[in-house]
Design a protein around this ligand. Structure first.
Ligand code: SAH
Length: 347
Protein backbone atom coordinates (compact mmCIF):
# COMPACT_ATOMS: atom_id res chain seq x y z
CA UNK A 1 0.00 0.00 0.00
CA UNK A 2 0.95 3.58 -0.31
CA UNK A 3 3.84 4.77 1.84
CA UNK A 4 2.54 8.26 2.34
CA UNK A 5 1.11 8.42 5.83
CA UNK A 6 -1.85 10.53 4.74
CA UNK A 7 -2.97 7.88 2.23
CA UNK A 8 -3.28 5.28 4.97
CA UNK A 9 -6.52 4.52 6.74
CA UNK A 10 -6.66 4.43 10.52
CA UNK A 11 -6.29 0.63 10.72
CA UNK A 12 -3.08 0.75 8.65
CA UNK A 13 -1.83 3.69 10.64
CA UNK A 14 -2.39 1.81 13.90
CA UNK A 15 -0.51 -1.22 12.56
CA UNK A 16 2.38 1.02 11.59
CA UNK A 17 2.53 2.71 14.97
CA UNK A 18 2.50 -0.69 16.64
CA UNK A 19 5.52 -1.69 14.56
CA UNK A 20 7.20 1.52 15.66
CA UNK A 21 6.55 0.57 19.29
CA UNK A 22 4.16 3.47 19.80
CA UNK A 23 0.91 3.31 21.76
CA UNK A 24 -2.15 2.90 19.62
CA UNK A 25 -3.77 6.24 20.49
CA UNK A 26 -0.87 8.05 18.84
CA UNK A 27 -2.03 6.75 15.47
CA UNK A 28 -5.42 8.38 15.91
CA UNK A 29 -3.82 11.64 17.03
CA UNK A 30 -1.62 11.78 13.95
CA UNK A 31 -4.47 10.73 11.66
CA UNK A 32 -6.67 13.50 13.07
CA UNK A 33 -3.97 16.13 12.64
CA UNK A 34 -3.16 15.09 9.09
CA UNK A 35 -6.84 15.34 8.21
CA UNK A 36 -6.97 18.88 9.53
CA UNK A 37 -4.50 19.94 6.85
CA UNK A 38 -1.35 20.61 8.89
CA UNK A 39 1.81 21.33 6.94
CA UNK A 40 4.31 20.17 9.55
CA UNK A 41 4.57 17.67 12.42
CA UNK A 42 5.47 20.57 14.69
CA UNK A 43 1.84 21.64 14.53
CA UNK A 44 0.93 18.34 16.25
CA UNK A 45 1.33 19.85 19.68
CA UNK A 46 0.07 16.86 21.68
CA UNK A 47 2.84 14.62 20.31
CA UNK A 48 6.23 14.15 22.00
CA UNK A 49 9.03 16.00 20.21
CA UNK A 50 11.01 12.79 19.60
CA UNK A 51 8.08 11.18 17.79
CA UNK A 52 7.49 14.30 15.71
CA UNK A 53 11.13 14.24 14.63
CA UNK A 54 11.06 10.55 13.74
CA UNK A 55 7.89 10.96 11.71
CA UNK A 56 9.21 14.04 9.94
CA UNK A 57 12.27 12.10 8.88
CA UNK A 58 10.49 8.93 7.77
CA UNK A 59 7.20 10.29 6.48
CA UNK A 60 7.53 13.84 5.19
CA UNK A 61 4.19 15.63 4.98
CA UNK A 62 3.39 16.56 1.42
CA UNK A 63 1.19 19.60 1.12
CA UNK A 64 0.40 21.32 -2.18
CA UNK A 65 1.48 24.91 -2.75
CA UNK A 66 -0.87 27.51 -4.23
CA UNK A 67 0.49 28.56 -7.63
CA UNK A 68 -2.57 30.59 -8.59
CA UNK A 69 -5.78 31.50 -6.87
CA UNK A 70 -8.53 33.19 -8.84
CA UNK A 71 -11.78 34.36 -7.31
CA UNK A 72 -14.81 35.12 -9.42
CA UNK A 73 -16.24 38.57 -8.79
CA UNK A 74 -19.59 37.36 -10.03
CA UNK A 75 -20.30 34.39 -7.79
CA UNK A 76 -17.43 33.87 -5.35
CA UNK A 77 -16.17 30.73 -7.09
CA UNK A 78 -12.51 30.19 -6.24
CA UNK A 79 -10.15 28.30 -8.48
CA UNK A 80 -6.83 26.96 -7.24
CA UNK A 81 -3.87 25.80 -9.24
CA UNK A 82 -1.72 23.69 -6.92
CA UNK A 83 1.84 22.55 -7.31
CA UNK A 84 2.39 19.00 -6.07
CA UNK A 85 5.61 17.79 -4.46
CA UNK A 86 6.99 16.58 -7.81
CA UNK A 87 6.29 19.86 -9.61
CA UNK A 88 3.12 18.73 -11.41
CA UNK A 89 0.11 21.00 -11.19
CA UNK A 90 -3.60 20.26 -10.72
CA UNK A 91 -6.72 22.37 -10.37
CA UNK A 92 -9.45 22.51 -7.74
CA UNK A 93 -12.57 24.66 -7.83
CA UNK A 94 -14.63 25.78 -4.85
CA UNK A 95 -18.23 26.59 -5.73
CA UNK A 96 -20.64 28.23 -3.33
CA UNK A 97 -24.07 26.70 -3.65
CA UNK A 98 -27.05 27.39 -1.40
CA UNK A 99 -26.82 23.85 -0.01
CA UNK A 100 -23.14 24.14 0.88
CA UNK A 101 -19.65 24.75 -0.38
CA UNK A 102 -18.68 22.24 -3.03
CA UNK A 103 -15.17 21.36 -4.07
CA UNK A 104 -14.46 20.00 -7.53
CA UNK A 105 -11.25 17.99 -7.42
CA UNK A 106 -8.84 16.53 -9.98
CA UNK A 107 -8.08 12.81 -9.87
CA UNK A 108 -5.16 12.68 -12.31
CA UNK A 109 -2.50 14.95 -13.76
CA UNK A 110 -3.83 15.10 -17.32
CA UNK A 111 -6.06 12.39 -18.76
CA UNK A 112 -5.81 9.67 -21.39
CA UNK A 113 -9.46 9.54 -22.43
CA UNK A 114 -9.04 11.95 -25.36
CA UNK A 115 -12.49 13.62 -25.41
CA UNK A 116 -12.51 16.11 -28.29
CA UNK A 117 -13.99 19.02 -26.32
CA UNK A 118 -11.94 18.75 -23.13
CA UNK A 119 -8.85 20.77 -22.23
CA UNK A 120 -7.67 18.27 -19.60
CA UNK A 121 -6.76 15.59 -22.08
CA UNK A 122 -4.79 17.69 -24.57
CA UNK A 123 -1.39 16.76 -23.15
CA UNK A 124 -2.37 13.16 -22.33
CA UNK A 125 -1.98 11.49 -18.95
CA UNK A 126 1.06 12.48 -16.92
CA UNK A 127 0.29 10.44 -13.81
CA UNK A 128 -2.45 9.37 -11.46
CA UNK A 129 -2.99 11.13 -8.15
CA UNK A 130 -2.36 9.38 -4.86
CA UNK A 131 -5.26 9.21 -2.39
CA UNK A 132 -3.76 11.92 -0.18
CA UNK A 133 -3.30 14.23 -3.18
CA UNK A 134 -7.06 14.15 -3.73
CA UNK A 135 -7.70 14.61 -0.02
CA UNK A 136 -5.21 17.49 0.08
CA UNK A 137 -7.20 19.39 -2.53
CA UNK A 138 -10.24 19.31 -0.25
CA UNK A 139 -8.28 19.98 2.94
CA UNK A 140 -6.18 22.85 1.70
CA UNK A 141 -9.03 24.48 -0.20
CA UNK A 142 -10.88 24.54 3.10
CA UNK A 143 -7.84 25.79 5.03
CA UNK A 144 -6.94 28.47 2.47
CA UNK A 145 -10.44 29.77 1.85
CA UNK A 146 -11.62 29.47 5.44
CA UNK A 147 -14.88 28.10 4.03
CA UNK A 148 -16.19 24.77 5.34
CA UNK A 149 -16.53 22.18 2.59
CA UNK A 150 -19.60 19.95 2.70
CA UNK A 151 -19.83 18.55 -0.83
CA UNK A 152 -17.32 17.07 -3.27
CA UNK A 153 -17.51 16.39 -6.98
CA UNK A 154 -14.89 14.33 -8.81
CA UNK A 155 -15.21 16.35 -11.99
CA UNK A 156 -11.87 18.08 -12.29
CA UNK A 157 -8.90 16.95 -14.36
CA UNK A 158 -8.70 13.20 -14.97
CA UNK A 159 -10.90 10.13 -15.24
CA UNK A 160 -11.65 8.91 -11.69
CA UNK A 161 -12.45 5.35 -12.75
CA UNK A 162 -9.09 5.13 -14.53
CA UNK A 163 -7.51 5.65 -11.10
CA UNK A 164 -9.92 3.31 -9.35
CA UNK A 165 -8.08 2.05 -6.26
CA UNK A 166 -6.70 5.44 -5.31
CA UNK A 167 -10.10 7.07 -5.75
CA UNK A 168 -11.76 4.39 -3.59
CA UNK A 169 -9.20 5.01 -0.87
CA UNK A 170 -9.72 8.76 -1.15
CA UNK A 171 -13.47 8.28 -0.65
CA UNK A 172 -12.83 6.15 2.42
CA UNK A 173 -10.49 8.79 3.87
CA UNK A 174 -12.63 11.85 3.24
CA UNK A 175 -15.68 10.03 4.59
CA UNK A 176 -13.93 8.77 7.73
CA UNK A 177 -15.18 9.67 11.16
CA UNK A 178 -11.81 10.93 12.37
CA UNK A 179 -11.21 12.77 9.13
CA UNK A 180 -13.39 15.26 7.27
CA UNK A 181 -16.41 13.01 7.75
CA UNK A 182 -18.01 14.12 4.49
CA UNK A 183 -21.09 12.05 3.75
CA UNK A 184 -20.96 9.74 0.72
CA UNK A 185 -24.32 11.20 -0.25
CA UNK A 186 -22.59 14.54 -0.69
CA UNK A 187 -20.06 13.14 -3.15
CA UNK A 188 -20.48 12.82 -6.94
CA UNK A 189 -18.20 10.84 -9.19
CA UNK A 190 -18.23 11.52 -12.90
CA UNK A 191 -17.02 9.11 -15.57
CA UNK A 192 -16.81 9.14 -19.35
CA UNK A 193 -18.02 5.54 -19.33
CA UNK A 194 -15.53 2.83 -18.34
CA UNK A 195 -18.05 0.00 -18.18
CA UNK A 196 -16.13 -2.67 -16.20
CA UNK A 197 -15.22 -0.06 -13.60
CA UNK A 198 -18.84 1.10 -13.29
CA UNK A 199 -19.69 -2.51 -12.45
CA UNK A 200 -16.88 -2.67 -9.94
CA UNK A 201 -18.10 0.54 -8.37
CA UNK A 202 -21.65 -0.82 -8.17
CA UNK A 203 -20.34 -3.76 -6.14
CA UNK A 204 -19.01 -1.35 -3.53
CA UNK A 205 -22.57 -0.16 -2.94
CA UNK A 206 -21.48 3.31 -1.92
CA UNK A 207 -24.09 6.00 -1.49
CA UNK A 208 -22.28 8.42 -3.80
CA UNK A 209 -23.96 9.89 -6.89
CA UNK A 210 -22.77 8.54 -10.19
CA UNK A 211 -22.59 10.97 -13.09
CA UNK A 212 -22.07 9.78 -16.64
CA UNK A 213 -20.63 12.07 -19.29
CA UNK A 214 -22.92 11.09 -22.12
CA UNK A 215 -22.73 14.02 -24.55
CA UNK A 216 -24.44 12.12 -27.34
CA UNK A 217 -27.52 9.93 -27.87
CA UNK A 218 -25.87 7.32 -30.11
CA UNK A 219 -22.62 5.63 -31.09
CA UNK A 220 -22.11 7.74 -34.17
CA UNK A 221 -21.94 11.00 -32.22
CA UNK A 222 -20.17 9.59 -29.18
CA UNK A 223 -17.52 7.92 -31.36
CA UNK A 224 -16.80 11.30 -32.93
CA UNK A 225 -16.20 13.16 -29.69
CA UNK A 226 -15.40 10.46 -27.10
CA UNK A 227 -12.91 7.73 -28.07
CA UNK A 228 -13.92 5.70 -24.99
CA UNK A 229 -17.18 4.90 -26.79
CA UNK A 230 -15.29 2.71 -29.27
CA UNK A 231 -14.32 0.43 -26.41
CA UNK A 232 -17.67 0.68 -24.58
CA UNK A 233 -20.53 1.59 -26.92
CA UNK A 234 -23.58 3.42 -25.63
CA UNK A 235 -25.82 0.37 -25.22
CA UNK A 236 -23.21 -1.33 -23.06
CA UNK A 237 -22.77 1.86 -21.06
CA UNK A 238 -26.49 2.24 -20.44
CA UNK A 239 -26.80 -1.43 -19.53
CA UNK A 240 -24.08 -0.85 -16.92
CA UNK A 241 -26.05 2.15 -15.65
CA UNK A 242 -29.12 -0.04 -15.25
CA UNK A 243 -27.07 -2.59 -13.32
CA UNK A 244 -25.65 0.22 -11.19
CA UNK A 245 -29.15 1.39 -10.36
CA UNK A 246 -30.25 -2.15 -9.55
CA UNK A 247 -27.36 -2.52 -7.09
CA UNK A 248 -27.48 0.90 -5.44
CA UNK A 249 -30.97 2.37 -6.01
CA UNK A 250 -29.21 5.64 -6.75
CA UNK A 251 -30.59 7.70 -9.60
CA UNK A 252 -28.00 8.26 -12.34
CA UNK A 253 -26.98 11.74 -13.45
CA UNK A 254 -26.12 12.26 -17.09
CA UNK A 255 -24.02 15.16 -18.24
CA UNK A 256 -24.62 16.41 -21.71
CA UNK A 257 -22.42 19.19 -23.09
CA UNK A 258 -24.35 20.98 -25.81
CA UNK A 259 -22.23 21.36 -28.93
CA UNK A 260 -23.46 23.45 -31.81
CA UNK A 261 -24.61 21.32 -34.76
CA UNK A 262 -23.17 18.13 -33.24
CA UNK A 263 -25.57 16.83 -30.58
CA UNK A 264 -28.13 19.59 -30.06
CA UNK A 265 -30.96 18.88 -32.49
CA UNK A 266 -34.48 17.82 -31.63
CA UNK A 267 -33.91 14.37 -33.14
CA UNK A 268 -31.01 13.92 -30.68
CA UNK A 269 -33.23 14.78 -27.72
CA UNK A 270 -35.84 12.29 -28.95
CA UNK A 271 -33.26 9.58 -29.41
CA UNK A 272 -32.01 10.25 -25.90
CA UNK A 273 -35.54 9.85 -24.54
CA UNK A 274 -35.84 6.47 -26.27
CA UNK A 275 -32.48 5.26 -25.03
CA UNK A 276 -32.95 6.32 -21.40
CA UNK A 277 -36.50 4.99 -21.14
CA UNK A 278 -37.17 3.31 -17.79
CA UNK A 279 -33.87 4.36 -16.24
CA UNK A 280 -34.26 6.69 -13.24
CA UNK A 281 -32.13 9.51 -14.52
CA UNK A 282 -31.49 13.19 -14.37
CA UNK A 283 -29.93 15.06 -17.27
CA UNK A 284 -27.69 18.03 -16.79
CA UNK A 285 -27.34 20.12 -19.92
CA UNK A 286 -24.11 22.08 -19.99
CA UNK A 287 -23.51 24.69 -22.65
CA UNK A 288 -20.08 23.69 -24.00
CA UNK A 289 -17.22 25.72 -22.65
CA UNK A 290 -15.20 26.71 -25.64
CA UNK A 291 -11.63 25.40 -25.54
CA UNK A 292 -9.16 27.38 -27.62
CA UNK A 293 -7.61 24.37 -29.34
CA UNK A 294 -10.95 22.90 -30.38
CA UNK A 295 -13.19 23.74 -33.37
CA UNK A 296 -16.28 22.75 -31.35
CA UNK A 297 -18.62 25.59 -30.38
CA UNK A 298 -21.34 25.90 -27.73
CA UNK A 299 -24.99 25.57 -28.75
CA UNK A 300 -27.11 28.71 -28.73
CA UNK A 301 -29.23 29.46 -25.68
CA UNK A 302 -32.32 28.84 -27.78
CA UNK A 303 -31.07 25.41 -28.87
CA UNK A 304 -30.33 24.47 -25.24
CA UNK A 305 -33.79 25.64 -24.12
CA UNK A 306 -35.55 23.75 -26.93
CA UNK A 307 -33.56 20.58 -26.16
CA UNK A 308 -34.48 20.82 -22.51
CA UNK A 309 -38.14 21.28 -23.38
CA UNK A 310 -38.18 18.17 -25.60
CA UNK A 311 -36.64 16.11 -22.80
CA UNK A 312 -39.03 17.45 -20.19
CA UNK A 313 -42.02 16.85 -22.48
CA UNK A 314 -40.85 13.28 -22.80
CA UNK A 315 -40.81 12.89 -19.01
CA UNK A 316 -37.08 13.24 -18.31
CA UNK A 317 -35.83 15.64 -15.65
CA UNK A 318 -33.45 17.97 -17.40
CA UNK A 319 -31.71 21.00 -15.96
CA UNK A 320 -29.39 23.50 -17.54
CA UNK A 321 -26.26 23.86 -15.50
CA UNK A 322 -25.66 27.32 -14.21
CA UNK A 323 -22.13 28.18 -15.20
CA UNK A 324 -20.07 29.43 -12.30
CA UNK A 325 -16.68 31.04 -12.54
CA UNK A 326 -16.94 31.83 -16.25
CA UNK A 327 -14.63 34.79 -15.71
CA UNK A 328 -11.80 32.71 -14.22
CA UNK A 329 -11.16 29.80 -16.61
CA UNK A 330 -12.99 27.56 -14.18
CA UNK A 331 -13.79 24.74 -16.57
CA UNK A 332 -11.92 21.50 -16.68
CA UNK A 333 -8.20 21.76 -17.20
CA UNK A 334 -8.16 25.27 -18.63
CA UNK A 335 -6.07 26.91 -15.95
CA UNK A 336 -3.44 24.16 -15.83
CA UNK A 337 -3.26 24.24 -19.62
CA UNK A 338 -2.80 28.00 -19.70
CA UNK A 339 -0.13 27.91 -17.00
CA UNK A 340 1.79 25.05 -18.65
CA UNK A 341 1.70 26.85 -22.00
CA UNK A 342 2.89 30.15 -20.53
CA UNK A 343 5.75 28.44 -18.76
CA UNK A 344 6.72 26.51 -21.88
CA UNK A 345 6.94 29.82 -23.74
CA UNK A 346 9.20 31.25 -21.07
CA UNK A 347 11.67 28.38 -21.36
N1 SAH B 1 -13.36 12.23 -16.71
C1 SAH B 1 -14.60 12.40 -16.03
C2 SAH B 1 -14.66 13.58 -15.07
C3 SAH B 1 -14.02 14.90 -15.45
S1 SAH B 1 -14.78 16.00 -16.55
C4 SAH B 1 -15.71 12.47 -17.02
O1 SAH B 1 -15.46 12.45 -18.21
O2 SAH B 1 -16.86 12.50 -16.61
C5 SAH B 1 -16.20 16.69 -15.83
C6 SAH B 1 -17.26 17.02 -16.89
O3 SAH B 1 -16.91 18.15 -17.69
C7 SAH B 1 -17.44 15.87 -17.87
O4 SAH B 1 -18.82 15.67 -18.09
C8 SAH B 1 -16.78 16.41 -19.11
O5 SAH B 1 -17.24 15.74 -20.24
C9 SAH B 1 -17.16 17.86 -19.04
N2 SAH B 1 -16.37 18.74 -19.90
C10 SAH B 1 -15.10 18.65 -20.27
N3 SAH B 1 -14.76 19.64 -21.09
C11 SAH B 1 -15.85 20.41 -21.23
C12 SAH B 1 -16.13 21.59 -21.98
N4 SAH B 1 -15.20 22.18 -22.73
N5 SAH B 1 -17.37 22.09 -21.89
C13 SAH B 1 -18.33 21.50 -21.13
N6 SAH B 1 -18.12 20.40 -20.42
C14 SAH B 1 -16.90 19.84 -20.48
Amino acid sequence: MNENLKSKNLVEMEALFKEMGQPRFRAKQVYTWLHKGVRSYDEMTNLPKALRDTLAEQYPIYAPQVVRRQESKRDGTIKYLWRLHDGNCVETVLMRYHYGNTVCISTEVGCRMGCAFCASTLGGLVRRLEPHEMLDQVLFTQVDSGLPVSHIVLMGIGEPLDNFDNVMRFLELVNSENGMNISMRHISLSTCGLVPKIDELAQRKLQISLAISLHGPNDEIRNRIMPVNKAYPIDELLAACRRYYAETSRRIHFEYAMIDGVNDREEHAKELLRRLKGLPAHINLIPLNHVEESPLKPSSRAAVAAFQQTLEDGGLTATVRRTLGGDIDASCGQLRRKYTKENAQKE
